[in-house]
Design a protein around this ligand. Structure first.
Ligand SMILES: Cc1ncc(C[n+]2csc(CCOP(=O)(O)OP(=O)(O)O)c2C)c(N)n1
Ligand SMILES: [Mg+2]
Length: 522
């Protein structure tokens, strides 16, 4: 072959071109030898942004945050079974958030697998629990269409994790070029029976809850749900954990089902009917001795108007019409919350500062755990913004999710509300924020403990914990120095211990682009 001979497009390039032409424009990577042809193809194809993470949990969490904001999947590139395994916890979160993700997992060449080399493992077995679609490529000629099928699976409502395993020879052998993405099925329509059952509940004269999740809670769905509520007296409530809520001044306000079991039960106790729209039935985050798993009060009915994979907007519109709901009213914009001028630096004053300073269009990534229990309420009248939560309870999402959201939305300020213990699972994603010059402010709630678990000790009835038990929940010896960690990863860091210092540092970070971290002493 001379330099002039056209080079046959290999499988890897066919796959990368398929991804780009299928709208997958970002790859969050941590590659190895088996992925080298895919990596090399990235330079031959225009249009794929590659973002390196130093741990696979960073890449998968970023893919989650990216897709929640971009409304379409990113890809990840992971190294065989162990690389995938490192990324699984945040794929669990993505699955629970119903986020579309396309994972590309490298694998030994098909003929090499039988020799049981050190990195040989059951990749499909590892992938299945956190993926809704798994396929191992069989040939370079088909790897493009395998990639197209993965995109279609990821984009199938309500959004799925799709994992394509890429044996090295399917990457380096001659490929067949890019393949078109097959048609993606429309969301199914809610049944007429479901609408009729919801109408009946709303006409019963008994207290009704419209429990919203997924599409229904984001923004447009809340407007329709609010119309139904105004006509019928029903109340709105979001799930405890939501993939995305667009909220703030001028939007339909909504509270969430509280996380603590007793508060969750209390919030639902007066409802006789719970209508689920994109939400799943309210359940305890955990089982607690002597307490119910299902939180709906005994004797109440739970009606699924629209399941998460169904068209919730259409279902809400049909319900609104059936109850002759009035047209949408604009939501009165109250005064912006005021900055607190004095007081301790605690969760109340922090919530007030957030309410006052969240800038318009900000993306809030919330892994606040204990410190953030009242932030949602205190930011209700903040400038319009988007709120992303930890959907699957697997901590270590905040820093990666903020990183992915910032890649999806370069013109929006990303603010990561970060509990300290959770942040330490995937802290090296800060390096990616620095390397990519991302506009992210990380606020670390430095209580130097797993505070939530202290309360859970009591909740599960493990009373009188001894020093060993309490030692498992404290992070103060040695104390983690977040400012040094941030600096070590190339991010400007500062520690604040008073309310005025917090306000000043936060204002400074908001006014200057690029990654900033503020360790907030609690
Ligand atoms: C992957 C994973 N490992 C462990 C846990 C159990 N867990 C739940 S909360 C928590 C500690 C949270 O501490 P921190 O992030 O500091 O929040 P705080 O309660 O102090 O606000 C742990 C270890 C989990 N949810 N997910
Ligand atoms: Mg903590």
């Amino acid at each position: 072959m001379t330099d002039e001979t056209p080079r046959a497009m290999n499988g890897a390039e066919s796959l990368v071109r398929t991804l780009v032409e299928g709208g997958v424009e970002v790859c969050f990577t941590n590659p190895g030898t088996s992925e080298m042809h895919f990596v090399a193809a990235l330079d031959r194809v225009e249009g794929m942004r590659c973002v390196l993470f130093l741990f696979e949990g960073g890449a998968t969490g970023a893919a989650d945050g990216y897709a929640r904001m971009a409304g379409k999947p990113a890809s990840t590139l992971l190294h065989l079974g162990p690389g995938l395994a490192n990324g699984l916890a945040n794929l669990h979160n993505a699955k629970k958030a119903r986020t579309p993700v396309v994972n590309i997992v490298g694998e030994h060449a098909t003929y090499h697998r039988e020799y049981n080399a050190p990195l040989t493992s059951d990749i499909e077995g590892l992938a299945h629990p956190m993926s809704s679609w798994v396929r191992t490529g069989m040939s370079a000629a088909e790897i493009g269409s395998d990639g197209a099928a993965a995109i279609a699976a990821a984009r199938t409502a309500p959004g799925q994790v799709a994992t394509l395993i890429l044996p090295a020879n399917t990457a380096w052998d001659p490929g067949a070029g890019p393949a078109p993405v097959p048609p993606i099925p429309d969301r199914a329509r809610a049944s007429d029976d479901a609408v009729a059952a919801a109408v009946k509940a709303l006409r019963s004269g008994e207290p009704v809850l419209l429990h919203l999740g997924d599409q229904a809670v984001r923004s447009e769905g809340r407007v329709i749900a609010d119309r139904i509520a105004r006509k019928t007296g029903a109340q709105l409530m979001a799930m405890t954990s939501n993939s995305r809520i667009d909220r703030g001044a001028g939007t339909v306000p909504i509270e969430r089902l509280p996380y603590p079991i007793d508060q969750g039960i209390a919030a639902l106790k007066d409802f006789r009917h719970i209508i689920l729209i994109g939400a799943t039935p309210p359940v305890g985050f955990f089982a607690y001795p002597g307490k119910p798993s299902l939180l709906a009060p005994e004797g109440s009915t739970t009606i699924t108007l629209a399941a998460p994979e169904e068209d919730q907007i259409d279902a809400l519109e049909r319900l609104a019409e059936a109850v002759a709901a009035p047209p949408a009213e604009s939501v009165a914009v109250g005064p912006r919350p005021k900055l607190p001028t004095s007081g301790p630096l605690d969760q109340d004053t922090i919530g007030q500062v957030l309410g006052a300073l969240i800038p318009e269009g900000a993306v809030i990534c919330d892994e606040s755990i204990t410190t953030g229990r009242n932030f949602f309420t205190l930011t209700r009248d903040a400038a319009p913004h988007t709120w992303l939560q930890l959907s699957g309870g697997s901590i270590g999402l905040g820093i990666p999710m903020a990183t992915g959201a910032a890649i999806a939305c370069p013109d929006r300020k990303v603010i990561n509300l970060q509990a300290d213990g959770s942040g330490l699972y995937t802290v090296q994603a800060l390096w990616t924020q620095a390397r990519e010059h991302l506009d992210v402010v990380t606020l670390v709630w430095s209580n130097r403990s797993y505070a939530i678990l202290r309360a859970e000790l009591t909740n599960v009835g493990a009373l009188n914990p001894g020093p060993k038990a309490l030692g498992m929940l404290s992070l103060d010896d040695p104390a983690v120095d977040w400012v040094s960690l941030a600096r070590g990863f190339g991010v400007a860091g500062r520690r604040v211990e008073t309310l005025p210092d917090f306000i000043e540092a936060f204002q400074h970070a908001l006014a200057n682009s690029g990654p900033h971290l503020i360790e907030v002493a609690l």
